[in-house]
Ligand binder design. Structure first.
Ligand code: ADP
Ligand code: MG
Length: 695
């Protein structure tokens, strides 16, 4: 066996293992549950649990945990041993069906946005049998959803599963109309993950990296990424060792880690897995992020997943490649080459265009966070304006359909949908302009606005739900049609007309695009605090409620949680900046200033004829900048202490953005200027040059 075969899925209770270890009938029933995405039959839970336990114990495992994804965006686990006490002081190792299927979790320390009152602090976790159990750090992990006793979702998995269900239901209606028999439609995701690696020893000397995951100070190094010599460049040995170790660990967990390369910025890298069904992909991405951090430590490195660890250097995102396919594996965004395929492709494509245009705000919200605010619209990541890139060819085809004109030798008649084959169009491989937030890349869409540290659930919940809504409207209309082909054609023409404003193939970084987008009436929500309130606008709430993805109270609770998270992040950053500036930077500057002053005095004392001009010039600049820093620190301190903890969440978030973040930026500007004046040896922590180029 080769290395990959030997490792792949070794730590996973996957289909092979199930088939080997379960009684035939149990296996069949479980497989049906998984394939049809249904609830587990309680009658087989016991047998499945027993097999899982036997397999886990054979692999040296003593504990199990229900592994879940609370609204903090990361994962949580509570370990229990497989122990049951027996009479006579003995114990046996057991694991029951009910322990597998349902667990209790004291959720009081996870955010609930008021969904759980304190007298009912408990929630429960329920196995998601469509995502395999696995072994991590000697513990059997069971992927679960986390809900309150009232059934309200307290996590990121539950709404994702609900949104997949919603999309499947509507897509199946459409396929039925097209004469295709599909029982389920699945959404698929391949998230490309960017990250930075920095030296661990240097990391620990920077309080900002330790507490906030990003640098709050740091002057630009003499060489940044201007030369772009790093992208796809040779991988350094320590990083190479990290990557190969990471691959092994991911393969063991059954994660299809495939591509790895250096990214644009020095110290930045990317890992892309082969795509999987959305909920599995979301679980895998969480495991990937966790594994990256763990493996980095082994190599004397720290993995930074923050969206913007270094100012002035490219930030990190996550490209969410998204498509939908039938349960038999047929990709519904594949243009295909029969008239039938063409009609199907155009209908699903149109649904996505409709959805993205109608619900731009929700997509924007789904990628909003304090960290991602540093990227979006900052000329390195897509702008905060949502738009779709289709490429010139496909756009021209849609135009021809819309206007009933010829396209590349095809007469208008031949362009009628559902009758003829779509003209062949080349995949737009020229799309290396990364400025579009939402690009069609041949047979899938790539949503590029997501931040590197985010759970991929939020944006996929939105995508699935809004596309489900578009398909619902289409199905409602087409199911009533007398002449299906004509109705289909009319619908597509009408939809292209109505939503073509969202299509933009140009440069999303250009200032002219913001103007044009405004003229087109597209929304431009510049930051998290501006974006979040749109979440609770009636039409946005309605779409979630209609498809049973969120209840009104679930949306409200999430809205509160996101606002609170934003305010908390800025507050922690401000406290950290205050501490570093007043206890590390300012003292270092004063000490150094003293040294320079002593030199000046010594020179003058040596001979009154000598003029210590360089020292005096430097002293003026040092003392000027230091006094600005000192004043701006006072202002930051004032801003932090005057935050009103009793105000509503939106007011608090706005205050943090408008007062605290701004005051923090001024402190940073002063400190960064001082960094360029102070001797390297006297600076209290590693600089950008060291962090980025010496790891
Ligand atoms: P690149 O973006 O570098 O050109 P690819 O187009 O090959 O690379 O794929 C990028 C990502 O998209 C990979 O993670 C891949 O698995 C994923 N992907 C490919 N096809 C699909 C699909 N049908 N659904 C979801 N993700 C997909
Ligand atoms: Mg890509």
């Amino acid at each position: 066996m080769n290395h990959v075969d030997e490792l792949f899925g070794r730590a996973v209770f996957n289909d092979d293992v199930m088939q080997n270890m379960l009684p035939k009938d149990t296996y069949k029933a479980l497989k049906k549950t998984i394939d049809e995405g249904r609830r587990l039959d309680p009658g087989i839970a016991g047998a499945v649990a027993h097999a899982m336990k036997e397999w886990a114990i054979a692999n040296g495992v003593t504990h199990y945990t229900h592994w879940f994804q609370p609204m903090t965006g990361i994962t949580a686990e509570k370990h229990d041993a497989f122990l049951t006490p027996m009479p006579g002081g003995r114990v046996i190792q057991s694991f029951s069906g009910s322990e597998l299927v349902r667990g209790e979790a004291d959720g009081s320390s996870f955010p609930s946005g008021g969904l759980r009152s304190t007298f009912e602090a408990r929630g429960y976790t329920a196995w998601d049998p469509t995502s395999y159990a696995f072994i991590k750090d000697g513990t059997l992990c069971i992927p679960t959803a986390f809900c309150s006793y009232g059934g309200e979702a307290l996590d990121k998995k539950t709404p994702l599963l609900r949104s997949m269900e919603a999309l499947s239901k509507q897509a199946v209606r459409i396929l039925r109309l097209l004469g295709r028999d599909a029982r389920r439609v699945l959404t698929t995701v391949g998230p490309e993950q960017e990250y930075f690696l920095v030296d661990r020893e240097m990391f620990h000397r920077r309080m900002d990296l330790v507490f906030t995951g990003r640098t709050l100070f740091g002057a630009k190094p003499p060489k940044g990424q201007e030369l772009e010599d790093h992208y796809y460049g040779a991988i350094k040995p320590r990083v190479q060792a990290f990557m190969s170790d990471l691959n092994d660990e991911l393969w063991k967990l059954g994660i299809l880690a495939k591509t790895e390369h250096n990214e644009v910025a020095p110290g930045q890298h990317e890992m892309a897995p082969i795509y999987a069904v959305s909920n599995v992909s979301a679980d895998h991405n969480q495991l990937t992020m966790e594994t990256m951090k763990k493996v980095a430590e082994r190599h004397g490195l720290v993995c930074l997943l923050h969206e913007k660890p270094f100012a002035g250097v490219n930030g990190s995102g996550k490209h969410n490649n998204w498509s939908l396919s039938t349960d038999t594996g047929y990709n519904l965004l594949e243009p295909g080459d029969s008239p039938y395929d063409s009609a199907q492709f155009l209908l699903f494509l149109t649904a996505v265009i409709h959805a993205v245009d109608e619900y731009q705000e929700l997509l924007r919200v789904s990628v909003a966070s304090a960290g991602n605010d540093h990227r979006l619209g900052a000329n390195e990541a897509p702008p905060a304006i949502m738009s779709i890139f289709l490429g010139d060819e496909l756009t021209a085809i849609l135009q021809a359909i819309e206007s009933g004109t010829a396209y590349q030798g095809h007469s208008p008649d031949e362009m009628a949908i559902g009758v003829h084959v779509l003209p062949k169009f080349p995949r737009d491989n020229t799309d290396r302009n990364r400025t579009s937030p939402f690009a069609f890349t041949g047979n899938k869409f790539e949503f590029r606005s997501l931040g590197a540290s985010a759970s991929i659930s939020d944006c996929n919940v939105v995508l699935n739900t809004i596309v489900a809504e578009a398909l619902r409207l289409f199905a409602d209309e087409l199911e009533q049609a007398e002449d299906f082909k004509a109705a289909l054609h009319d619908l597509i023409v009408r939809e292209i007309k109505a939503h073509k404003r969202i299509i933009f193939n140009g440069n999303g970084y250009a200032a002219s695009w913001a103007k044009e987008a405004e003229a087109r009436g597209l929304s431009n929500l510049r930051d998290t605090v501006d974006a979040l309130p749109t979440m609770i606008a009636d039409r946005n709430v309605d779409v979630f409620v209609r498809h049973r993805v969120f209840s009104v109270s679930e949306i409200r609770s999430r809205y509160e949680i996101y606002l609170e998270a934003y305010a908390k992040v800025i507050n922690i950053e401000a406290e950290t900046a205050l501490t570093m500036a007043s206890r590390e930077i300012l003292p270092a500057v004063m000490r150094y200033t003293g040294e320079v002053a002593a030199q000046a005095a010594a020179i003058k004392g040596y001979s009154p004829a000598l003029n210590p001009a360089p020292q005096e010039k430097l002293l003026t600049r040092l003392t000027d900048a230091a006094s600005r820093l000192s004043d701006d620190l006072d202002a930051l301190h004032e801003a932090v202490t005057h935050a009103d903890a009793s105000a509503d969440a939106l007011t608090q978030a706005r205050y943090q953005r408008d007062r605290v973040l701004r005051a923090m930026n001024r402190v940073r500007a002063d400190a960064d200027e001082l960094e360029t004046l102070v001797e390297r040896k006297a600076w209290p922590f590693p600089t950008y040059s060291e962090l980025l180029f010496e790891a």
